[in-house]
Design a protein around this ligand. Sequence first.
Ligand SMILES: Cc1cc2nc3c(=O)[nH]c(=O)nc-3n(C[C@H](O)[C@H](O)[C@H](O)COP(=O)(O)OP(=O)(O)OC[C@H]3O[C@@H](n4cnc5c(N)ncnc54)[C@H](O)[C@@H]3O)c2cc1C
Length: 471
Amino acid sequence: METLELVWFRNDLRCRDQSALARAREQGPVVAVYCFCPEQLARHGVGGNRIAFLLRCLKALRKELDDLGMPLKVLRCPTFDAVPKGLLSLARTIGARRLWFNDEYPVNERLRDSGVEDIFAGAGIDIVRGSDTVIRAPGTVLTQAGTPYTVFTPFRRRWLESIHPEDLAPLPRPRRQTRPDISSDDIPDLPSGCEVQAPADMWPGGEDEALKRLERFVDVGLEGYREQRDFPAMDGTSTLSPWLSVGAVSPRQCLHAALECNDGRLDGGSAGATTWITELIWREFYRHVTAAFPHVSRGQAFRPDYDAMQWRADPEQFDAWREGRTGYPLVDAAMRQLAQTGWMHNRLRMVVAMFLSKNLLLDWRLGEAHFMEHLVDGDFASNNGGWQWSASTGTDAAPYFRVFNPVTQSRRFDPDGHFIRRYVPELASLGLPQLHAPWKAHDALLEYPGPLVDAAASRRRAIDAFRALGG
Ligand SMILES: Cc1cc2nc3c(=O)[nH]c(=O)nc-3n(C[C@H](O)[C@H](O)[C@H](O)COP(=O)(O)OP(=O)(O)OC[C@H]3O[C@@H](n4cnc5c(N)ncnc54)[C@H](O)[C@@H]3O)c2cc1C
């Protein structure tokens, strides 16, 4: 009997350009496995929108694998603690020769993986690890002194120097195989108690959908990306983040598609393409930071001096922020977009994160957790990086005295008010410029609250609080 290769899928739920799968298949027939850990997801604060999307992607993956003759086993492990034994038991049952997987970087994932390595070493079964959730693995883009970068611009420069476009061709779908006599498992149901608000038809699962979106975006969106990406009322960005976060599309596929539209140039050429590539590099940067600075996975500020910050405790204001009732229309529209769709435009993520951490002076970790609970693209590294950037506690963060004014942002990035009118319908009848600052309207708007804080006074309060820390 031919020995089998066991491929462990994690945040790389695709068959094309999946290096663990491609390399394993070159060695022999493959059995795939996924470990579903609902209690661990709950501990990580991952919400129903993301879990439901992940399960849709898993279902699509099972179909793709079935077409290739590869069974998908699904291990139900409450937490990561049960994963090593579960995988070993499966490997033994099917007589696997090797276990293959692509690395992940947050602390608990790394602890889980070393547990798997230990138990497999004890059992004499080889493990082959790769790196496929990033284009350049953490530890391979370092300063001249051999240390990890903590500032984005030089990281980006070095990252670009380290890339050879000719090496970026995505790996094809692996060859079909004769199906081993092993059945695929059912995909788990959504764990009880998970709440899902994001419409399923807005975020269909699977790599075919991701590749369709990627193709459409590079065809019609990439050229104008630089000009349009900051305007939430436009379809100016790819909306690929959910698929990237579960690995239904790889960052290499994205980069490759952008390069094809830019004569193979990583830098220079189309401003749309190079700006989009820079966003993909931000994604890489935060993964490198997560890998190099484990304290960020433990709820600590990247800059330890900021852990002394006395954040205010104000549950009522936090609720107003969560529910889109701050009285600042752009902030409220953004929070309602998140509540209704499970996604929020990048410009607005920065606006609402600054509003929470600076104007309200509430702990950024509350906001980080709220995002994780609702985002369909919830991703530890990018979420933590984005929150710490906005709260000025992170790598290369916005300096603490930089506080977006929510009305100025509104006038600048939703100049016609289309986005606000879509998500805050009670303001729809207001004309400009009052729409951006409704408290200035002559008619009382009984159904819309007044501003929760004064923007200028709360900005000064935040700057004073940061300055008191010696920042
Ligand atoms: C406070 C805050 C929280 C965030 N939380 C998350 C999160 O949980 N998950 C997540 O995927 N992104 C997060 N981001 C980054 C960014 O907002 C989203 O990736 C982006 O809005 C996704 O939309 P898109 O796919 O249309 O992006 P596009 O503009 O089309 O960009 C392409 C891809 O590049 C990556 N990317 C773009 N901008 C960033 C960025 N600033 N940082 C890291 N990667 C980026 C994403 O993978 C994105 O899909 C956060 C940003 C902030 C400020």
